[in-house]
Design a binder for this molecule. Structure first.
Ligand SMILES: *Cc1c(COP(=O)(O)O)cnc(C)c1O
Length: 405
């Protein structure tokens, strides 16, 4: 069956507008994706017809909202093949999920211990570990990346040692597009008894995530990068871990019994969900994942691969073009710079032509410093982008380069 691009585009009204008199070309999907109508309708239905606080009410609306919220959790669990829905903690997003873990793992990491990350981490999966290590007098070690954007797996084995308390690594680089061989990485780490956290902010949008095969200890992602609303995200944690770790925030919902002397904590996953949760967000996330699933994540990634290949070929013909990130296994993220031209100038001209890309360090400053570049222009594709858009984009880049020379 042909990829249903027209049907998909109909579901995203935001795409059908003009920017600077030109049809919008939205190539900033690694920063956030647009939301299809069913997701927006799910959120508005919730507020129109059954908004109510969850878990605490006997009344009808509260029961309906609670049931919907827990069904969303179950759907997310099934979607990533988690064993139980209690392994799914709803958070605000990737950043909060990682901060939650950095807080809860604090007693697990002591003086002289090590946390291993990679050189291609987003600040979200770097700063929390750096701060934790500073606090605990532990050491943050960094697995290097080569100039193509591949991690050095032989070196990984050498870096892992008895002091290593956690490996925190991204599934897909939001700068280079590299799809890391995380299954293999997790196996190597587990052989040395080291638990693994995967930053799945990009992974969830471009690949099939199957926790039962990956065996990650923790896998985190944001809804908004996979066509769901902002302000909802997921921390998957293996049950044995979530049971063992202390709670994150304290307050309502996360308690078992409270007296002035003592508090017992609620069961999983509520132990980690203090306060009123983002119910509408969770429902939106369920609907977004269902939407992705009806098209099929493999069909989406195959479509995005075609766009990536075409864009790469066309850009390579531009004089002075340097593609940043040329790993063999790459998702639909295309970073580049052009010799002698500042990325921001290029971006400014592209915006004038109705094209939304992103420029800068993409929240991965150490990586950009390592590459010795001022930043990149990044085009990142989503399920609704078209080959025609890629053509227009490549011509626009060529034209902008000419104007700036
Ligand atoms: C976007 C992104 C994050 C941060 O996600 P938030 O939704 O801003 O919390 C972390 N890691 C990667 C790889 C990302 O692309």
């Amino acid at each position: 069956m042909a990829y249903p691009i027209d049907k998909i585009r109909e579901d995203f009204p935001i795409l059908h507008q003009k920017i600077n008199d030109k049809p919008l070309i939205y190539f900033d999907n690694s920063a956030t994706t647009q939301k299809p109508k069913p997701v927006i309708e799910r959120i508005s239905d919730y507020y129109l017809y059954y908004n109510s606080n969850v878990h605490r009410g006997v009344h009808h609306l509260s029961q309906v909202a609670t049931e919907a919220y827990e069904k969303a959790r179950q759907y997310v669990a099934d979607y990533i093949h988690a064993k139980e829905s209690s392994e799914i903690v709803f958070t605000r997003g990737t950043t909060e999920s990682i901060n939650l873990l950095a807080n809860c793992l604090l007693p697990w990491i002591g003086s002289g211990d090590e946390v291993l990350i990679s050189a291609m981490e987003h600040h979200s999966n770097l700063v929390p570990w750096q701060q934790l290590c500073q606090k605990q007098k532990a050491n943050m070690r960094v697995l290097p990346v080569d100039i193509q954007g591949n991690l050095d797996l032989d070196f990984l084995d050498k870096l892992l040692n008895t002091q290593t308390k956690l490996l925190a690594i991204t599934h897909i680089s939001n700068v280079l597009g590299t799809i890391n061989p995380i299954k293999e990485i997790i196996e190597v780490a587990h052989r040395k008894g080291v638990p693994v956290l995967i930053d799945g902010a990009q992974g969830i949008a471009h690949t099939q995530v199957d926790i039962s095969k990956l065996k990650a200890d923790f896998y985190v992602f944001s809804g908004h990068k996979v066509y769901a609303p902002m302000g909802i995200g997921v921390l998957y944690g293996r049950k044995t871990w979530l049971q063992r770790l202390p709670p994150y925030q304290f307050g309502g919902e996360m308690i078992g019994h409270v007296s002035f002397e003592k508090t017992t904590f609620n069961e999983l996953p509520y132990k980690y969900e203090a306060g009123t949760p983002n119910v509408a967000g969770a429902l939106g996330l369920e609907t977004a994942l269902r939407y992705v699933d009806t098209i099929g994540i493999h069909n989406i990634s195959a479509h995005e691969d075609r766009l990536l290949q075409k864009a790469t070929e066309k850009l390579q013909n531009i004089d002075g073009m340097r593609i940043i990130g040329t790993a063999k296994h790459k998702a639909a993220v295309l970073s580049f710079i052009v010799n002698g031209i500042h990325p921001y100038d290029l971006d400014t001209l592209l915006n004038q032509m109705g094209i939304a890309v992103r420029t800068g360090h993409h929240c991965a400053q150490p990586l950009i410093d390592f590459l010795g570049i001022p930043g990149t222009v990044r085009a990142s594709f989503g399920m609704y982008n078209t080959v025609e858009e890629v053509d227009i984009f490549a011509d626009a880049v060529a034209q902008a380069v000419k104007m700036l020379r």
